[in-house]
Structure formats: structure tokens, C-alpha cells
Write a protein that binds this ligand. Sequence first.
Ligand code: LLP
Length: 384
Amino acid sequence: MTGINRANQFEGISTPFYFYDMELLTRTLDILREESDRYGYRVHYAVKANANTRLLKLISSYGFGADCVSGNEISRAVECGFTPDTILYAGVGKRDDEINKALSLNIFSLNAESLPELEVINELAAARGITAPVALRINPNVDARTHQYITTGIEDSKFGINISELDRIVESLKGMNNILLKGIHFHIGSQIRRMSAFRRLCIRVNEIQSWFNSRGIFPGHLNLGGGLGINYQQPDEIPDFKQYFELFNRFLEVRSGQTLHFEPGRSVVGQSGSLITRVLYVKNESATPFAVVDAGMTDLIRPALYQAFHKIETLSPSDISKKYHVVGPVCETADTFGKSVDLPQIKRGDMLAIRSAGAYGEVMVSSYNLRDKPGTIFSDDLRD
Ligand code: LLP
């Protein structure tokens, strides 16, 4: 277990808290940069996965850009060192003030998801006397075959512009003088572990790009979104960025001068975070016992919301192994981190690590039951 074999060092720190293994994050970023640089691909980290300022500053120091989904994420990204000309702004429901913020900062591109949104962007840009840099987020109708809540690229999804609408949009764009069409954008979903989904995406993008070209439109960039999954069973594993980028290099038809952009989130930060919690009570010893811990679904909602698996490890070894239902204190049955989890025998006061929680963990914290927010500890702040 990298970085979190530190039960002693955690003594005295109140639980629950997020622990970030900065060494693992640094190694991930080193590989991500090396593999993307190999092809000159531009990486825009998806801030939604984890917007912790310390992590963002480290990520921006690698020269990566940011993929944002709200005005506040854009502000946070800029504060943490991402330069506006590397910031993308996506989202189905951009407010006028958020569009204005993006326009005033002159970000790389606003990724528009509908005709009504394009009309608003055009109007707001006209009012400022500028041209808005826009990419069309197109729904490629490629099924990523991941969890239904995180599949985004199929036709009945709320995201993106359907291919059947493209004709009308391209026609309407001719009358929008304050929009500059810079690129086309795709994102088919998240936690994608089967590379074949990305291959199907490439093939569809090639077709869509040809469709644009045949109408005399030559997008300056292609944005392939994010979605590369992590290995929740093997929490220390760094995703295979080499294989991922190789695939795009092999299957995507790139026109000369065109740039390729990616928006990885989970694969960058997921493996570096763990939620550390303490056992409050072990109850119901006769059946499978419940280990009631002090972290709940308010601290990490993924198991409750997506039935997501997160490996649970104890930081207090024991020779005897048992099965436990690991549950939180929140008044919801869904507040369960794992059913029948094999663990060394545990007792009140022991610490558990809920692994692979670096992405969509801390950012999705809520205050339901008026619970406090979990703390945050970085590995490089702990003494060895
Ligand atoms: N680009 C766009 C347009 C997106 O919608 C997303 C994620 C990403 C990039 C980053 O995708 P990633 O590389 O992280 O898969 N809360 C859910 C995940 C929601 C993903 C939303 N969109 C979860 O905990 O699994």
C-alpha cells in the first residue's frame, strides 16, 4: 500500500479525512506528461474530479490545461495556475454570468451543447464586441457500457448535440457572426476500462469529421474528452496512459495542423486519494457483523450513488480474518461502503482506508445530517 502504511503517523489526526499520496500523484503526472507529449496531445485535467487547490497547483505545474464545468471551477483553475488559454468550459447548463466570465478571460474554448446555448453565447459575445471561441460538443452515440449514471455519449443522454441536429446547427452558425467554430468535442462516459469503446469513438469521430469537411468546415481541434477508468481492485495501479494514447494515435484521422485534446479526471487523481476512517462500533457479532465507521455517504457518496466498489483496507493488522459489512453513521441504508468485506479482525478505534477515493470523493461531499466536512491530509506533510 503506497503512502498509507502510516497508521502511526495518522494517530492524533481526527477522522474521517482524505489522505492524498502526493508521491503517487507525481508519478502519475510524470507518466501522463511523457505519454501525451509523445504525440503532442494536449491534456486538460477535468477539475470536477478533484478541485483541491494543492492538487490543482501540482497538476498545473506540469503545464496541463483545465477542463471546467462551472464559472467557479474556471476561477479556481486560474487561481491555481492554469492559464486561461488552456481552459475549456463544458456543461449543458451554462448561466449567462458564467459565459461572460469565460468570455472575459478569453479561455481556449466554450464547448457548446445545444442550439439555444449557441444563440446565447453569440448574443453575449456580440454585446462585448468579441468573437467567442466555441467547440461543438457532439453526441457520437457510442455506448461506453459503463454505469448508466456515467454513460454520456448515447442519443437519449442530456449531454451534447445529436448527430441528427448537426445540419440545422451548421446552418444556424452561418448567421452567428460572434462565434468562431474552433473544434469538435466528444465525451462518451466515465470509468471506461474497455479500450474497444475508445476505438469505436475514434471511428465515429473520423466519420463526423469527414461530414464537416464535406461541408467545407475544418475544425482546428478534436477534443476526445475523458473517461479512462482506474482499477478499483488494485488501488495502487496507475492507468495505462501509454496504451490509451497509442490507440488514438492509431485509429484517429488527424488533419494537418489539427490539435488533439483530452480531458482526463479520474485517471489522474483517483488512485492518489483514500478516505481514512475510524471504527466506532462493531455490532451484531452473531451474524455478519457491522463495522460502523465514522465516515459516511456524506464523505464519499460513490458506493451509495453508483453501487461503486472501493477496496477497504485496515491500517491495524490482525492475524484473524473476518467478514464485515462496513457502514457509515448516516440515517440511510444506502450509507454502506461494503458488504461482506474480508478484513483482519477489527475493533473500536481501528483505522480503515477506503481506497481509490481521489476522484469524485472530496468534491461530492455533502452536509446531510449536518455532518462536518472531512479533513484533508497530504503525504508530504507527514513525517516519515
Ligand atoms: N469531460 C467531460 C465532458 C466530462 O463530463 C467528464 C466527466 C470528464 C471529461 C472527466 O471524465 P473522467 O476522466 O473523470 O472519467 N461522479 C461520477 C463521475 C462523473 C463523470 C462526469 N463527467 C463518479 O464518481 O463515477
